[in-house]
Write a protein that binds this ligand. Structure first.
Ligand SMILES: *[C@@H]1O[C@H](CO)[C@@H](O)[C@H](O)[C@H]1NC(C)=O
Ligand SMILES: *[C@@H]1O[C@H](CO)[C@@H](O)[C@H](O)[C@H]1NC(C)=O
Length: 226
């Protein structure tokens, strides 16, 4: 009984010591809603970030690790940045042509416009073609859960993430990986996958059509008087 009490007290003291820094970050009251719009290979991440006024002193960014099965198109992002619709930095090389199994991952930082309690951010992304399987069907694409990063005048906990300070990508800052209320479930998208069984047939038909085309062209040429 006594031991239990002492143990409980230690826990309470520990929590009290730990909380000042953590609670500041909780005060930011950040919540994020995520929807995936559009169908097929060209999709759009639709985020609604809500924050309380007392977080206005903090700079926020959403970080998304983009897996091999999808990509963010740098040209498209450059346009959106230029038009002032978004402020997005892509870290890592993006090969927009590569199929999923040879593609590399990249990370995007979406800098959140300041002094707004509600911000809607729409980030287009694309699914990569996946390697054909014996039976065709669908391949799975997992959209990673984004992290919300913050730089506040008062630090809230230890610096956890080194990431670019802003769009210019010249300086690296120490960001806090803050907790937020995720008002969405993890998403898994399906992408149609080619059927390996079809391949021989497709190649033969293509080849035959090519030959027929050649023969026809040659016959037309040879019968036309020059
Ligand atoms: C933060 O969220 C909590 C619970 O959702 C709420 O009770 C509190 O009033 C909010 N604080 C601010 C400053 O909005
Ligand atoms: C931030 O914290 C969450 C939850 O602990 C973790 O899943 C995520 O990987 C972290 N993000 C970064 C960029 O470290």
């Amino acid at each position: 009984m006594v031991w239990r009490f002492i143990f409980a007290s230690i826990l309470t003291v520990h929590a009290a010591v730990k909380s000042p820094s953590d609670s500041r970050c909780k005060n930011l009251n950040i919540s994020l809603t995520q929807k995936i719009d559009n169908e097929g290979f060209h999709r759009e991440l639709n985020w609604l970030l809500e924050r309380s006024v007392n977080s206005f002193q903090c700079k926020l960014a959403i970080r998304l690790d983009v897996g091999q099965e999808m990509f963010i198109n740098p040209d498209q992002i450059a346009d959106l940045n230029r038009l002032g619709h978004l402020s997005v930095l892509i870290a890592g090389d993006v090969d927009v042509e590569a199929p999923a199994h040879v593609a590399t991952e990249h990370t995007v930082y979406v800098f959140v416009p300041p002094f707004k309690e509600k911000v809607s951010l729409k980030v287009p992304f694309h699914l990569r073609y996946q390697r054909a399987q014996i039976s065709g069907g669908f391949g799975k694409v997992v959209v990673n859960k984004p992290s919300v990063l913050a730089i506040c005048p008062h630090s809230c906990g230890k610096i956890e993430v080194k990431a670019p300070c802003d769009l210019t990508n010249r300086v690296t800052c120490g960001w806090n990986n803050v907790s937020y209320q995720a008002l969405f479930d993890e998403v898994e998208l399906l992408v149609p996958v080619g059927d390996l069984d079809d391949y021989p047939l497709v190649s033969i038909v293509t080849l035959l059509l090519g030959c027929a085309g050649c023969i026809y062209t040659l016959s037309v040429l040879s019968t036309t008087p020059l």
